[in-house]
Design a protein around this ligand. Structure first.
Ligand SMILES: [Zn+2]
Length: 369
């Protein structure tokens, strides 16, 4: 599997100047290639290379042949990521793409290409990162500037982890009342987190209705901050979810196929817009990759009825906000925990198609219709 590590560069002012210069010319190159790509409606890297390379070498000779290839590779990758690329503009702070010919990392010395010749930067590599570097193979890299600080994001190809032997499973329900609930009984991300999120949304609403130039500017700033906040929280929660599975000796995590999550959430308009902003898919991806990184299995089940079925007796019950009540067996549960137990049941039934769980579950569902 691939993994990216970000290493901070401690460099002199002079070196920083050289990197700024490289970044500026690199960005120019990208915009030049993007203009051709849009004109010719071309996204393929090799065909773009044929279209742009010679011109690029003439207009920006200092980039050198290899960096010119990197310019084309980066632009092609960005174009590919866009659904409808009718306009693409690389801004001044755009990251610089490096391949193995334009950088090397030996021991703790990084050597990178600049327009003034190679610069060598001694690195302080943490033990955590060193662990990856010891076993991984270096791939491409990006040079990123954040304010006055520079970071080098290196992609590593890590050896595959052996999958765990099949064992216990844990059901995981993502996002209705709380962000995540596990069948082992843990709830993640209610309370404080929600207050934080709502503050963001309140602010956003006010700025959107204001509509002035400065409000728009502030909105952009806030959106970036919100995105980073969501990412950070999703990282923390996914990590805790994996720990919870490990603590309970589980080797499989069962989740819903989240493609239909938006239809699943039945809430008022206001709450719905709030829920949709939260990046469930990002949380799911984080859980999946963190699980796979240690050889844990991930299984997906259909989300139908998971929140309406009683996890004890499998008949349809009544859900209102956090509470789930069953008229058949009289059980009262937290609605998200109930859902996570149903997801676990569905996951188990997939493994054992003739099993008890499956038959009872199907019977209850067909009876409910
Ligand atoms: Zn029941």
């Amino acid at each position: 599997m691939k993994r990216t590590i970000a290493i901070k560069l401690n460099i002199s002012d002079q070196q920083s100047e050289a990197l700024c210069e490289l970044q500026e010319i690199f960005t120019k190159g990208c915009n030049q290639v993007a203009a051709v790509a849009l004109l010719e409606k071309e996204r393929n890297r090799i065909r773009l290379h044929h279209l742009c390379y010679r011109n690029l070498r003439q207009t920006l000779p200092r980039l050198g042949s290899q960096m010119s290839c990197n310019v084309i590779a980066k632009t092609a990758a960005c174009l590919k990521a866009l659904k409808r690329p009718n306009q693409i503009l690389f801004k001044r702070g755009c990251s610089v793409h490096f391949d193995k010919r334009t950088y090397s990392l030996k021991g703790n010395v990084l050597s990178i290409f600049t327009l003034r010749g190679r610069i060598r930067v001694p690195l302080k590599i943490s033990q955590y990162h060193q662990g990856f570097l010891d076993v991984g193979v270096l791939k491409e890299a990006e040079l990123v500037r954040k304010g006055k600080r520079w970071f080098f994001h290196v992609v590593l190809d890590l050896p595959d982890v052996l999958p765990m032997q099949a064992g216990r499973a844990m059901g995981l329900d993502l996002g209705e009342n709380v962000l995540a609930a596990t069948s082992t009984g843990k709830l993640f991300g209610g309370g404080l987190l929600r207050a934080h999120r709502d503050r963001f949304l309140g602010m956003r609403g006010r700025l959107q209705s204001n509509g002035s130039q400065s409000a728009k500017q502030r909105l952009r700033k806030i959106s970036g901050r919100e995105e980073r906040h969501v990412k950070c929280v999703n990282h923390c929660i996914s990590k805790q979810i994996i720990l919870e599975a490990q603590r309970n000796g589980c080797t499989t995590i069962v989740m819903e196929d989240l493609k239909n999550i938006r239809e699943k959430i039945r809430a008022g308009k206001k709450l719905r817009s709030r829920l949709h902003r939260w990046s469930f898919d990002q949380l799911r991806q984080f859980v999946e990759y963190k699980a796979h990184a240690i050889g844990m299995h991930v299984q997906y089940v259909s989300p139908e009825y998971t929140s309406q079925t009683c996890s004890h007796c499998f008949s349809l019950g009544i859900r209102s906000k956090h509470r789930f009540s069953c008229n058949n067996c009289g059980s009262l549960q937290h609605s998200d925990l109930n859902a996570s137990r149903n997801i676990l049941g569905l996951g188990l039934s997939v493994d054992r198609p003739t099993g008890d769980v499956n038959r009872r579950h199907v019977a209850a569902l067909s009876g409910g219709r």
